[in-house]
Design a protein around this ligand. Structure first.
Ligand SMILES: *Cc1c(COP(=O)(O)O)cnc(C)c1O
Length: 368
């Protein structure tokens, strides 16, 4: 079986360095907020050319803390895509605010600027922009729209660490960016982890306080906070992996290019890259008719695939709004999308197997 993602070859490449670093942390007995977390925060901020980075416990925590740090709560609305992982909207609800779902642009699966504009009401306080599958959303236009309406912009960069727009890294455009280091993300650790990125000192102070029990100094509590930390072991691993990230992303792009060259002749709609954007292919997501049948056929041929996402958040029990909402592009995408294996260590043989399986699958279902 060719898995959708195999982390082992990447681990073997850096195994000695990672294991030495982890043992050093264990030996040091400094497990919380020690030198590795401090160094990683600095290195992660430097990578993005931003003044502030803060390690947290997960991408979900990062989103929830970001919403609260921008003073968004009950009675406020936050515009989010429906075609995303649940945590994007969950963070808004955890903060007591209301997620308002917006449709996507079918070209790149990202929320569209005009769709966002239609969702703005007097209660809107912010937009959470997901750079879905590692392709940058139209973030410059979204930031401009937000300025016009006096809204905050949170970037959900969980899938897009290293992606660029006009040569500039995503995560540096909005008020706060939220990263996940879940093991399967392009920059992943060996457990849960996340980070916040921002450029404003006041926002940085708010984020820091909320992630640290609402406490500006020890045993003083100014607001309701939480405990969310990146730990030393994860930070030590991330410091090593961050140095390889751009190369690993470039290796994924090569696999994507191979698909781009070989899939269109099979009648498969391949992911588009907007001009000026650098896609990091967290997922390589195609569109096909008869998606479920094709997925089963591929599975029988030993090719692993996943459907990200089978159902929009606007149709989920936890999130569905009181009045039913029509998001036709989101609904269509949930029926057609299929993510293929994409990681740099896929071999030529494996890639040929995938093409062969897709060729027979598309032939079989073309007539239906
Ligand atoms: C993975 C992911 C998250 C959540 O990150 P965790 O670290 O798993 O909590 C949030 N948003 C998006 C778009 C993601 O893909």
């Amino acid at each position: 079986m060719i898995p959708i993602l195999n982390l082992k070859p990447q681990y073997l490449e850096i195994q000695q360095e990672v294991e030495a670093a982890v043992l050093e942390v264990l030996n040091s007995t400094r497990y919380i907020l020690g030198p590795n977390v401090r160094a990683f925060e600095q290195e992660f901020a430097d990578y993005h050319e931003q003044p502030y980075a803060i390690g947290v416990g997960s991408g979900t925590d990062a989103l929830h803390i970001a919403v609260r740090a921008l003073d968004i709560g009950p009675g406020d609305e936050v515009i989010v895509p429906s075609f995303t992982f649940g945590a994007t909207a969950g963070a808004v609800k955890l903060a007591g605010a209301t997620p308002v779902f917006c449709d996507i642009d079918p070209v790149d699966f990202n929320m569209g600027v005009s769709q966002i504009e239609q969702a703005i009401t007097p209660q809107t306080k912010a937009i959470i922009v997901v750079h879905i599958f590692g392709h940058p959303a139209p973030i410059e236009a979204i930031v401009e729209l937000a300025k016009k309406h006096n809204l905050k912009v949170i970037e959900d960069t969980a899938q897009a660490c290293g992606a660029k727009v006009g040569g500039r890294l995503v995560g540096t455009f909005g008020d706060v960016a939220c990263y996940s280091f879940f093991p399967t993300k392009n920059l992943g650790c060996a457990g849960d982890g996340g980070a916040l990125l921002c450029s404003d000192e006041q926002v940085f102070n708010n984020l820091t306080m909320i992630k640290n029990h609402g406490s500006p100094s020890r045993y003083t509590y100014d607001r309701t906070g939480t405990n969310s930390r990146l730990d030393e072991v994860q930070a030590a691993i991330l410091r090593i992996k961050l140095r390889h990230l751009d190369r690993w992303n470039a290796d994924r792009r090569k696999v994507a290019q191979f698909y781009d060259e070989n899939l269109p002749q099979l009648g498969i709609v391949t992911p588009k890259v907007r001009p000026g954007c650098e896609h990091i292919y967290h997922q390589y997501t195609i569109r096909v008719a008869h998606r479920n049948a094709i997925q089963e056929h591929l599975n029988n041929q030993g090719v692993g695939t996943i459907v990200y996402y089978p159902k929009g958040l606007h149709k989920q029990k936890a999130f569905c709004p009181p009045q039913p909402l029509e998001l036709p592009q989101t609904d269509l995408a949930t029926q057609e999308v299929l993510s293929l294996p994409v990681f740099g260590e896929l071999t030529e043989d494996e890639l040929q197997t995938i093409i062969k399986a897709l060729t027979s699958a598309t032939k079989e279902y073309a007539q239906l």
